[in-house]
Design a protein around this ligand. Sequence first.
Ligand SMILES: Cc1cc2nc3c(=O)[nH]c(=O)nc-3n(C[C@H](O)[C@H](O)[C@H](O)COP(=O)(O)O)c2cc1C
Length: 182
Amino acid sequence: MQALDLLLNRSSYNKLICPAPEGEQLTQILKAGMRAPDHGNLSPWQFIVFKDKGLNDLGEIYAEAAEQDALSADKIEKAKNMPSRAPLVIAVIAKVQAEHKIPEIEQVIAAGCCVQAMQMAAVAQGFQGIWRTGAYAYHPHVKKQFKLAEQDLIVGYLYLGTAENEAPIKPEKDLSAHLQYW
Ligand SMILES: Cc1cc2nc3c(=O)[nH]c(=O)nc-3n(C[C@H](O)[C@H](O)[C@H](O)COP(=O)(O)O)c2cc1C
């Protein structure tokens, strides 16, 4: 796939089935994440790959978080099943260095760039994916289970797999409404 085609037709896809990227394909995806632009060369990110039993474990963590929030049994069950919406999930964490000369927002943006790069590397290899956050990207119980520091942020869960059906290309957005030349 041509790089420009990939960028110009980029879209997300959420009906994800097996096979998931694995082996060298997964390594390429993770390496693309490592290429994110990085002010100060801090590499302010961490990736956690969940597959197989790992997805169940992540679901248990979500369910515990939902229980702590006293959600209904239905919602707890829903939380438990969330990670199983794809055969592979990569949590991307901004490992933020507080009071560093590189502003925290730049460290978080760098981690966000990892997600985008990894999603595109997956699509370039014939997979599909979607970047998700939701309540369990911000929940203290999840952060605790991931052993994150107070200032760290889960910038996203990248759900990856194979498209169940052919992924549609969405219409282009209106560039002119978002553009100025000076
Ligand atoms: C930081 C971030 C968090 C997101 N969280 C969610 C989410 O929790 N659930 C969801 O359905 N989409 C979420 N999205 C949006 C999808 O990734 C996707 O961009 C959206 O469905 C639009 O589709 P498109 O990428 O094909 O334009 C998030 C996007 C970003 C950048």
